[in-house]
Design a binder for this molecule. Structure first.
Ligand code: SAH
Length: 205
């Protein structure tokens, strides 16, 4: 899996080391374990999916890139805990992860899983993540792992100066991975890849 990631363009050694270390098969149901290290997305129940390794690697790598106003990404918000796999990758490469999930059953399974793997720098929230998690803002980076119809304002506002938001945006089959940087008081965005995510569930949990 790691060789494939390198070929696909994931070059950040911190990300590769994290993905080498984390037992991806433990994040899916037994029936899918044989597929866990292949280049594909996997079902995690409740119509949700764990992204293919490349997308996890790419998003994490983008999120870690330093900016002029933020040399190291320490305080990170994740929207869409899902299986907790992306959460574990983040926990390996940043100081603190706040992860919000809208479906209680998934949030609880992920929490138990990451406790079992001894991650102590992750805090779980059960809520609608489109509103962010104001209590722990501002964030050096925010990652969203479900597709939004447009970039939620609350998430932009919870970025620190120099902070970066990585988010899939657009309707099914036409999504792009968007990177939004907070530069001073302004926001700059660019689209980096075509992607395919389940839609973000909007509204009260
Ligand atoms: N990062 C996950 C991928 C999960 S798929 C992983 O590594 O497994 C997207 C997840 O986003 C699902 O678990 C879904 O329930 C969650 N989600 C969807 N809308 C949400 C919202 N508004 N707030 C928080 N989580 C949401």
């Amino acid at each position: 899996m790691i060789d494939e990631l390198r070929q696909q363009g994931v070059s950040d050694e911190r990300v590769l080391a994290a993905m080498l270390k984390i037992p991806r098969h433990e994040f899916v149901e037994e029936a899918w374990r044989g597929e866990a290290y292949r280049s594909k997305s996997l079902p995690i129940g409740l119509a949700q999916t764990l992204s293919q390794p490349y997308v996890v690697g790419l998003m994490t790598q983008l999120l870690l890139e330093p900016s002029a106003e933020c040399a190291a990404r320490k305080n990170v918000l994740e929207v869409g805990t899902g299986s907790g796999y992306q959460t574990a990758v983040l926990a390996e490469v940043v100081e603190r992860v706040y992860s919000v999930e809208r479906l209680k059953a998934l949030s609880e399974i992920a929490r138990n899983r990451l406790q079992g793997l001894r991650y102590r720098n992750v805090h779980f929230g059960y809520a609608d993540g489109t509103a962010g998690w104001a209590a722990h803002a501002p964030y050096d980076a925010i990652i969203v792992t479900a597709a939004a119809s447009e970039v939620p304002k609350a998430l932009q506002e919870q970025l620190a100066r120099g902070g970066r938001l990585v988010i899939p945006v657009g309707p099914p089959n036409q999504q792009v991975l968007r990177v939004v940087d907070r530069v001073g008081a302004r926001f700059q965005s660019r689209d980096v890849a075509a992607v395919s995510f389940v839609p973000l569930l909007e509204g009260k949990a």
